[in-house]
Design a protein around this ligand. Sequence first.
Ligand code: AGP
Length: 651
Amino acid sequence: MCGIVAVIGSREAAPLLLEGLRQLEYRGYDSAGLATVQAPLEAPASGDQGAPGQLTCLRAEGKLVNLTARFDAVGAPGHCGIGHTRWATHGKPEERNAHPHLDGSGQVAVVQNGIIENYRSLREQLQAEGVVFRSDTDTEVIPHLLARQLASLQDQGRVASGSLLLEAVQLVLPQLQGAYALAVVWAAVPGGLVVARRQAPLLIGLGEGEFLCASDTPALAGFTRTILPLEDGEVALLTPLGIELYNGAGVRQQRNPSLLTGTEHVADKRSFRHFMHKEIHEQSETAALWVARHLPELGSDTGGGNPAGSSLVALPLDEAVFEGVERIQILACGTSRHAALVGAYLLEQLAGIPASVFYASEFRYAPPPLGPHTLTIGVTQSGETADTLAALLMEQERRLLVADPAYAPKLLGITNRPESSLGRLVPHILDIGAGIEVGVAATKTFLAQLLAFYGLALAFAERRGGGVHGPAKLRSLVAALRLLPAQLQQLVIDHDQRCADLAHLFTDTQDVIFLGRGINYPIALEGALKLKEISYIHAEGYPAGEMKHGPIALLDARVPVVSIAMPGLVFEKVLSNAQEAKARDAQLIGVAPQGPDTDLFDTLLPVPEIDELLSPLLTVIPMQLLSYHIAAHRGLDVDQPRNLAKSVTVE
Ligand code: AGP
């Protein structure tokens, strides 16, 4: 949550900060701000012993365009600065709560991403000493603490310098509880800034003649491809001449930077009005890439269709991930959890391995009793979701306390960002390779997460003699998966206009029910989540058979029901459940194959027949397009819905 950026070097800082913030706006867009320090003309370009400078702080409520307009009007000079784009946690999204926050004299400025959990007691302590607070935020305690620490060090005869600012930060950090990343500038030192991280992401970028720092790679990728991710607890002093890096114990660290790979730079919308729409259309490419990477071309048929020694699915994972696994637990939030529910279904019904899914935020505080030979999978497209990371860490730590090797931690991460905090936390990573997703509502990363689970379930099943249904079934599923990219392409084209036309029917709708069963129940949940988050229409996903146990009381002619009915185990059951809704006057929208069985629906969003086990890969498309067009038709901010952020880095 929130994005921070910092820069120091030979160029004016503010335009670079604004560009970095533009790339980080997906992390929050309630307000934005920046602070720069301008050196006096005679100041040396060094972090130490520069003459005092002039600190300028600009903040604006709302989206980054408002901050940009303010900068255009009044400017913010200086080659050193910090910036912030906010997702409100403590304090309403108003300008006075926007970062940077300053100390009383306006000399120290701080941006922070995370939560300072003990801010109340720190605030009370500072207020008792006479400090006046100007915001409701947790962050504001930091500049006040720093100002006092700096004053105390200067009282001891110490001269203002980058090193002094670093020392003050190192002395203040132990007073802060919580998970956070921060950046600090001090008017007294125009040639230095300090950054620190504790359980929140932060990366330094080594540019030409400048150093940058940001919460995420897209903010750096436009300037440099050479990066140095900070490890947990590290603090760094950045000057135009270099980086001084220290661990939490204050010991100087030397580490080689690494190179950014991939396309972390946020792409444009091409001809689409919204990123979300573009990303829905990109899903056939996502699937094509997955098929090319993970379904190896089979050689000449040896009779079994799968040459000896080869594998149906090629996953870049150590064999150790698969060995001796007796149960699987999956931790995730939001859309990633819905992908995990489909994954658990596949792992159980295809590979025959008991699998359970947990809300990461619940697992942290109520984990099930430890079981032996357990694979724990964390699913997070961003790789930065605080609840998922904390749940994985907790699981790792409690297992390390057990002497019996059967209980040893075995952790796998499924993510779109292998370079993220998740990538550094778990030893095994499955990269879903969907490319950067800008729309806050996950679409192509959801499909890519589903594909990762299909790969995993097939790989487990193959290693277990074909799993529940035997090798022939696995081969037929793989053959069908090869056809998926073309099917997806056609499906998106077919449904785009159909869903745009249907969106008009939802102008006054206040509630929508999504029904599914079996492997398509998570798709009903996902359909409801998509609609809620971008259209602000209340929506619920239910297992279709559960409606008659209460929720059916909600139905009348004003409540559309979207029902997923794909041929297979529960086809007739779902159709009966849909009939029950129709008998209560509900407007029925079917996501189902065209045919006599499905003519009960008032509107059909036709999906081709496919093996039921693969059907979520298709049924999710009309869900995404329907939500998108309803929200776009209402004129809403589809890519940046209110109150949300792409990456939820607070608990
Ligand atoms: C998706 O549309 C949502 N914005 C949200 O539920 C998201 O899936 C959730 O916050 C988890 O994010 P992650 O995959 O980055 O962990």
